[in-house]
Write a protein that binds this ligand. Structure first.
Ligand code: HEC
Ligand code: HEC
Length: 325
């Protein structure tokens, strides 16, 4: 009996040692990103304008980092709250904890260097190296090209400061540990040629985060062979909304759409148009930030459409809205 007890103690000791070692490793070795780059962005008017356009209509930073008005379709931003943060992504929406979007106005970011802001965007760590939960789509922003990244940094600095205190993000176990392994170093490259609609379209589709919602996931990883095939489920008040199949499959995807129909679908949901039509009790809302993307130029929507035309068609019938019974 005594011997058994001692053996058990030794085994337990080893297990505890391993656990502590593992935890120490997780804390010392992760997040695996380097120091923020030296990067002094020259905030030219051109860069600020490009950054404003991207942050509002393509990478839609302003969508998550502002207050949203869910009385209207696709939750347009409440004017005057741009960049103040505090949007909550909680259990009721299917998230593993309580995640709050940060205040990205100069009220919070003045002390940050340009390199620290750029690192937060593309690598997903805070100034003090805290790893973000990837609802902040840094894995997609890792593809931002150098000039666009600089433009977004330049623009973020011009947002009027709002002193809004945001509660700290709290992730459930074991994600509070695992999250440290997600950030990866990113090296921004040259920007794609805008005259090549497919290459430029692929770029916009990536940094616009379309695949983040339109590719269904298995165990938090994109389901193989299902790129852009839709069916990703989002619990929303009143039911479940699922992303659409946007592959060029003719029956279940958007294969029968032409460019005009594609652009018109976005123009029809501009902030002015959605605000003119309050949702009625029982109407379901969508998580797709239509009213932000609606401001994309014809050229950029055209490039996205051209790229979506080139991806493999996938037959996958999706019923976008299911009301809770
Ligand atoms: C889909 C929603 C979403 C989008 C889009 C988004 N963010 Fe975030 N962002 C978040 C959330 C949520 C956090 C906090 C994550 C956490 O606490 O783990 C965050 C954190 C940040 C932080 C960290 C600030 C701090 O105080 O630590 C910065 C900076 C930031 N985002 C900038 C941006 C920029 C710039 C863009 C556009 C290029 C962007 N975000 C797009 C949701 C988003
Ligand atoms: C936050 C998640 C999210 C993001 C990001 C997102 N979508 Fe969607 N999208 C959805 C959902 C959910 C639907 C289905 C409900 C609806 O129509 O709003 C949808 C519907 C669509 C439709 C309508 C298809 C149809 O059959 O009516 C198109 C087209 C589309 N998305 C294209 C895009 C493109 C292009 C991007 C990137 C620029 C994108 N989406 C980004 C969630 C998203």
């Amino acid at each position: 009996m005594k011997r058994l007890g001692r053996a058990l103690l030794i085994v337990l000791g080893i297990v505890v040692l391993f656990l502590c070692g593992g935890l120490a490793y997780l804390f010392l070795a992760f997040p695996k990103v380097g120091p923020a780059r030296e990067m002094a962005v020259d905030a030219t008017p051109g860069r600020i304008e490009r950054g404003r356009y991207l942050a509002n209509h393509v990478t839609v930073c302003v969508d998550c980092h502002s207050k949203r008005d869910w009385r209207y379709y696709s939750g347009p931003v409440v004017p005057g709250t741009e960049g103040q943060g505090g949007e909550r992504f909680g259990h009721e929406l299917g998230f593993p904890g309580e995640i709050f979007s940060a205040n990205i106005t100069p009220a919070r970011l003045t002390e940050w260097t340009d390199g620290e802001i750029a690192r937060a965007i593309t690598e997903g760590v805070s100034r003090d190296s805290r790893a973000f939960f990837p609802v902040m789509p840094y894995p997609s922003y890792a593809s931002l090209c150098e000039e666009d990244l600089a433009s977004i940094v330049a623009f973020v600095r011009t947002i009027p400061p709002i002193p809004n205190e945001v509660p700290p993000t709290k992730l459930d176990f074991p994600l509070n540990f695992i999250v440290r392994t997600i950030p990866k170093p990113a090296t921004p490259g040259p920007c794609p040629d805008t005259a090549d609609p497919q290459a430029y379209g692929k770029y916009l589709t990536t940094v616009g985060g379309c695949g983040d919602c339109h590719t269904p996931q298995i165990n938090h990883k994109p389901a193989p062979g299902m790129e852009f095939a839709g069916g990703f489920e989002f619990p929303v008040p009143g039911g479940v909304v699922r992303s659409a199949n946007i592959t060029p499959e003719t029956e279940t995807g958007i294969g029968s759409w032409n460019l005009g129909a594609f652009i018109a679908r976005f123009r029809g949901v501009s902030p002015e148009k959605v605000r003119a039509m309050e949702l009625e009790a029982g109407d379901m809302n969508t998580v797709m930030p239509w009213s932000m993307y609606a401001g994309m130029t014809d050229q950029d929507l055209g490039a996205i459409f051209a790229y979506l035309r080139t991806i493999p068609p996938v037959k996958n019938k999706v019923n976008p809205f299911t009301k809770a019974s």
